[in-house]
Design a binder for this molecule. Structure first.
Ligand SMILES: Cc1cc2nc3c(=O)[nH]c(=O)nc-3n(C[C@H](O)[C@H](O)[C@H](O)COP(=O)(O)OP(=O)(O)OC[C@H]3O[C@@H](n4cnc5c(N)ncnc54)[C@H](O)[C@@H]3O)c2cc1C
Length: 475
């Protein structure tokens, strides 16, 4: 302890108030544990402030503008003008409402909120620096700690984030003006979501990707649907090229230089370059060494299925504990950690972890693909329903994509699903429930679905896997 410190104690100390940390803190407090949550920046973490929520708000705004301006075939004649500063203001209002809600919920559940930067001093103490001149610090002794410090964007050589020319996803989400030309480096989910937003707002977008497809983590026929639509929106793809540097150009903009594996260089003119090549865990400055907490070669904190680190009384959850780096995974892990601390028989079961990409159209997956099921020793049977055969998709004027359901041939157990198409992020919930519950194809196929809905496509995919589809040809 240094002179001027105040010292307090707590049962559970949570570091970081993202969707992992604040959920963990509320659940721990609900179990009657004295709980302290430390945050150095903003309640809600990356997700609410710089990630999921602002990106989805801008996706809604850009969709509206684009759809209204492209509905001539429905007899709608409009030429919407976007005031980006106003759209950004609306998005910030949504963020403020949610972050304020997190603070209120924490307080209402009896969580002690501490603002400042937490660093482990030893195995049972953290020091919290409150920042600013003369604002002091405090030491907090804990019985259990939960590390939920999240992740931050990866910078690549030659592209240090500048706020001005070189954007991180956070800068892109804070834009008050629509750039005329944007180069996006990285065709993963963050790059593709933001490329779609700006393309719909009228920006000329070029996506540079080292690999040979967009959304390389998904099956190629799923990614193909998104790539094709992105091209229709005017997005240019440069696959097999890595960004090597940027330069100012005489027209006041910049030039992004790329290089293929064989050393062939190209240059793309832009006003901004968005670097979206992945995220790395926030473990620097947390004092993990002082607490004896180990990290792996990529900086993540390894945990067991109860979210315990190598130190029994310290847990790690969310992005800092490794893939999949998703908000709902962080929250679920937070609940597991707090339940374990409270003595409940909780454990992490990652069988049915859904993931969604909010591109146009959306992509959402859960459980196993056909190839993964095969590799796992199942004899998979697959059913599909194209959205072009769905009445609701036609009336919604969004017919790209399909629902695919993967099951075990012998037992009919649903093992997973891949959806690319309208509202895929919502529809995947039905497949997730099926996987989690151990439902069979018959369960899904014989559940009465409302008509006309997109969800009927999930039912029809299950019927298709059984060779009994009505609205599409059986395979
Ligand atoms: C552009 C973008 C879009 C995304 N979209 C989605 C999406 O649609 N769906 C989805 O599931 N996920 C999405 N994500 C990912 C999601 O944001 C993360 O998976 C999620 O925020 C992880 O939660 P977390 O609690 O682990 O960490 P974070 O949300 O990163 O929170 C960590 C918190 O810890 C604080 N902190 C760090 N160190 C300290 C310290 N020493 N002391 C005190 N506080 C500290 C940080 O300030 C931060 O507030 C997106 C991410 C980005 C960047």
């Amino acid at each position: 302890m240094v002179v001027g410190d105040i010292s307090t104690g707590t049962d559970v100390l949570v570091i970081g108030a993202g969707p992992g940390g604040y959920v963990a803190a509320i659940r721990a407090a609900q179990h009657g544990l004295d709980t302290t949550l430390v945050e150095r920046d903003a309640y809600g973490g990356t997700c609410l402030n710089y990630g999921c929520i602002p990106s989805k708000a801008l996706i809604t705004g850009s969709d509206l503008a684009h759809e209204a301006g492209n509905a001539e075939h429905m007899g709608i004649h409009a030429d919407p003008a976007v005031d980006m500063a106003a759209m950004s203001g609306w998005k910030d209002g949504v963020v403020d409402q949610l972050t304020g809600g997190v603070e209120k919920l924490c307080k209402a559940n009896g969580v002690n909120l501490v603002e400042g930067e937490a660093t482990f001093a030893d195995e049972t103490t953290v020091r919290v620096a409150h920042g600013g001149d003369g604002q002091g610090s405090e030491s907090i002794e804990f019985e259990h700690a939960i590390v939920a410090t999240g992740s931050q964007p990866i910078e690549i050589p030659g592209f240090e984030f500048t706020d001005e020319e070189v954007w991180s996803s956070r800068d892109a989400l804070a834009a008050d003006e629509i750039p005329d030309r944007l180069v996006v480096v990285g065709a993963g989910y963050i790059g593709m979501e933001l490329a779609t937003v700006f393309a719909k707002l009228g920006t000329d977008v070029t996506v540079v990707e080292m690999l040979d497809d967009a959304l390389p983590m998904y099956e190629s026929d799923v990614a193909r649907v998104v790539r094709k639509r992105a091209k229709d929106l005017g997005i240019e793809f440069q696959f097999g090229e890595g960004a090597s540097e940027w330069q100012e150009s005489p027209d006041g903009g910049i030039q992004v230089v790329t290089e293929t594996e064989d050393g062939v260089e190209s240059t793309y003119a832009a006003d901004k370059v968005l670097v979206a090549v992945g995220r790395r865990p926030v473990t620097e400055g947390v004092g993990l060494e002082a607490a004896g907490i180990e990290t792996d070669e990529n900086g993540f904190i390894p945990v067991d299925d109860r979210m315990r680190t190598n130190k029994d009384h310290v847990f790690a959850i969310g992005d800092v504990a490794g893939e999949p780096m998703l908000a709902h995974v962080a929250s679920h892990e937070g609940i597991v950690a707090s339940e374990v601390i409270a003595g409940e028989p909780a454990a992490m079961d990652a069988q049915a972890v859904p993931a969604a990409v909010f591109t146009d159209p959306e992509v959402a997956t859960v459980g196993m693909t056909e190839a993964e099921a095969e590799a796992d020793g199942f004899d998979p049977v697959v059913g599909e329903m194209p959205f072009r055969a769905s009445g609701r998709a036609l009336t919604a004027d969004h017919t790209d994509g399909f629902v695919r359901i993967v099951a075990d041939e012998e037992t009919g157990l649903v093992l997973g699903g891949q959806i690319v198409g309208p509202e895929a992020s919502e529809l995947i919930a039905e497949v997730s429930l099926a996987v989690e519950m151990g439902a069979t194809l018959e369960d899904v196929a014989s559940t009465i679905h409302t008509h006309p809905t997109l969800a009927e496509a999930v039912m029809e995919a299950a019927e298709n896997a059984q060779g009994q589809a009505i609205h599409t040809l059986n395979r």
